[in-house]
Design a protein around this ligand. Structure first.
Ligand code: TRP
Length: 466
């Protein structure tokens, strides 16, 4: 591992370092900001059931494939395919770099909201929740907070990940978990909370539509940082003798666990504050939580609320680092740009591409009503459009391609061989057999068909299903 640590990409000392970094990448705004509003818009419990099924049945095998490919080749998302002897498949990596960059562009804007909210909570401005529209419409503040956020991300990626971010995550991630657990306990004692828990946990299967299914799929990929090569890149840091299967399971459980707890907390708060049924959209945690913090008390509420958004920003930071790392390592390797310069250029370009997302919340009409999908009631803004495109479409597409590549080009036996370094029983275990089966049949079939139907129905108004 020593040479990996010294390499310009930065690296982690051992399996725990890898698990922490990958879990840090996975746990972020996706769990605490995105998951609750997707559940809310997707009809509650039925969405949760689909999400869990996708995570364990489809994402787990794809995750194993990405990590194995990274570990085998020790390369970035594009280079990995060439290194493995299949240069023609490198465009999968290009798609990965593209989707990562698109995701980072809007992710950074939302991270800026979280940072701004930390300030609002510390100053005791709980009413900001009722003025969320104005808050995001005020692009000056958003510009300042997002610039700060991208700056820190660039700084960390430029330094390499082993020092600051690894150490910081070791303290901050457990603190976040502790705080959400405490808030969840508090939220469950609020009046009306049980209605929220019911909405969240008892599935109403009539809510299952094609739209909720692909929303759940996109959410699963997004939350696990899957389908865009982040785990190929991080996988290249895993030691050859480490047990990949247990590492993958830990990452998956940490991510799903935190999303699940965050959901429980959110729906208790939503229902106890009587905010249910208002949809929610991208503002959900920002409209609901200030009121919840206010109910804790004027001083304690400020402190807890402020810390909550600080820790959320840190969770977002370990994710933005992984998002930026993918295009940066590609540019460093393929265009022979020095790392430091590559980080600044790529970070700056992605930041600029995020500006329309900032201006699409009422500031500039063009970005606010950016596209009107065929047959939809309302136009969506720039940010939602990029999110639909990158996270709901490109990620499952990326996952589909990785599964097909692993099963049919790289081949199941070779994949199995790689995993068996560090876990010799894998091939004969039930999990091993299932993983290969899923990569061969289940993942290509489900991911492929969902991606195609999504693209046709969402962007072209051609409805093959319902
Ligand atoms: N998974 C992160 C979250 O839930 C976001 C993220 C980081 C991501 N890296 C990624 C999403 C790579 C997709 C692909 O907040």
């Amino acid at each position: 591992m020593a040479n990996i640590q010294e390499s310009s990409r930065g690296g982690f000392s051992n399996k725990l370092g890898f698990v922490l970094a990958a879990a840090g990448s996975a746990v972020g705004l996706g769990n605490i900001w995105k998951f609750p509003f997707e559940v809310s818009d997707g009809g509650g419990g039925a969405f949760v059931v689909m999400y869990l099924a996708f995570c364990f049945m489809l994402c787990f095998p794809v995750m194993m494939a990405e990590i194995a490919l990274g570990r085998k080749t020790n390369k970035n998302a594009v280079g990995a395919f060439a290194e493995n002897g299949h240069k023609k498949w490198a465009p999968i990596g290009i798609l990965a770099v593209l989707s990562g960059s698109l995701i980072l562009s809007f992710y950074n804007v939302v991270a800026g909201w979280a940072l701004g909210y930390a300030w609002e909570m510390f100053s005791g401005n709980f009413s900001v929740g009722q003025h969320f529209g104005e808050f995001v419409g005020n692009w000056h503040i958003n510009m300042a907070t997002s610039t700060a956020f991208m700056f820190v991300t660039i700084f960390i990626v430029a330094k390499g990940v082993s020092g600051g971010i690894e150490k910081a995550s070791k303290i901050l991630m457990p603190s976040l978990l502790f705080l959400i657990l405490a808030l969840m306990t508090y939220s469950l004692t609020q009046e009306g909370a049980m209605e929220g828990v019911k909405f969240y946990l008892i599935p109403d299967f009539s809510e299952i539509t094609f739209e909720t299914a692909y929303g759940a799929m996109g959410q699963a990929f997004f939350s696990l940082s899957l389908g865009m090569g982040a785990l190929i890149t991080y996988g290249s840091y895993v030691g050859k003798r480490d047990n990949m299967v247990s590492a993958t399971s830990m990452i998956l459980l940490a991510d799903v666990g935190i999303a699940f707890i965050a959901g429980l907390m959110m729906f208790s708060f939503i229902f106890s504050q009587g905010l249910q049924g208002q949809g929610g959209g991208a503002g959900l945690i920002f409209t609901v939580l200030p009121g919840a913090f206010e109910s804790i008390g004027p001083v304690l509420g400020r402190i807890i609320g402020g810390f909550f958004f600080v820790l959320l920003s840190f969770a977002a930071l370990t994710s933005t680092v992984s998002l930026l790392e993918v295009p940066v390592s590609y540019v460093v390797d393929e265009f022979e740009v020095r790392r430091n310069r590559a980080v600044w250029i790529v970070g700056f370009v992605i930041f600029l591409f995020g500006v329309p997302s900032m201006l699409g919340n009422g500031t500039v009409d063009f970005f606010t009503n950016f596209v009107h999908y065929h047959g939809a009631e309302k136009a969506v803004n720039f940010m939602d459009f990029i999110e639909d495109l990158a996270s709901d479409t490109f990620l499952p597409l990326g996952g589909f391609l990785v599964a097909v590549y692993t099963a049919y080009v790289w081949r199941g036996d070779k994949f199995k061989e790689e995993v068996e370094k560090g876990n010799p029983e894998f091939g004969n275990s039930l999990m091993g057999k299932y993983t290969i089966f899923a990569l061969k049949f289940l993942a290509p079939l489900i991911l492929g068909s969902i991606t195609i139907v999504t693209i046709l129905s969402k962007f072209f108004g051609i409805h093959l299903i319902g």
